[in-house]
Design a protein around this ligand. Structure first.
Ligand code: DQA
Length: 137
């Protein structure tokens, strides 16, 4: 099973960025842990701060992979282009947010992506990515 985690803008700073909201673990450390939990899964990872690069990656893998786990960061709340990309591909996408966006500023309450996703996991910290892998399994 081929699964990719795609993280959007500012998520490269996990562990350093607002640790009271996003925690103290780097994604690289967490990914090692995740791979250990699911040795049977071919788990890939891509991060970019650029909207176009995220769209290109969805196009590239969205007709061959079994699952995409996407945390688009703030593009979630702004990007019709990313929403269109998710709608255009065949691979199911699960939207993940580390923080509980509904307990935060109102501009984080709307997602352009959710209507095109298989499901949404919000507010469980990095465990959200683990839950998404479990769903695909
Ligand atoms: C986030 C929530 C977004 O509102 C924010 O812009 C992020 C991270 C999360 O994982 O909680 O960058 O997607």
């Amino acid at each position: 099973m081929e699964i990719i985690i795609i993280n959007g803008p500012n998520l490269n700073l996990l562990g350093k960025r607002e640790p009271e909201i996003y925690g103290e673990d780097s994604f690289e450390d967490f990914l090692l842990h995740l791979k250990g939990l699911f040795p049977e899964v071919s788990l890939h990872y891509f991060q970019s701060n650029s909207e176009g690069a995220l769209i290109d990656k969805l196009h590239e893998l969205g007709f061959s992979y079994d699952g995409i786990i996407l945390n688009a960061g703030a593009y979630t709340h702004t990007s019709i282009a990313l929403a269109d990309a998710i709608a255009s591909i065949e691979t199911p996408v699960i939207e993940v947010h580390i923080s509980n966006v509904y307990a935060r500023e109102s501009f984080r309450h709307h997602s352009y992506l959710s209507p095109h996703c298989e499901g949404v996991i919000v507010g469980f910290g990095l465990r959200g990515y683990e839950l998404a892998v479990q769903y695909f399994l």
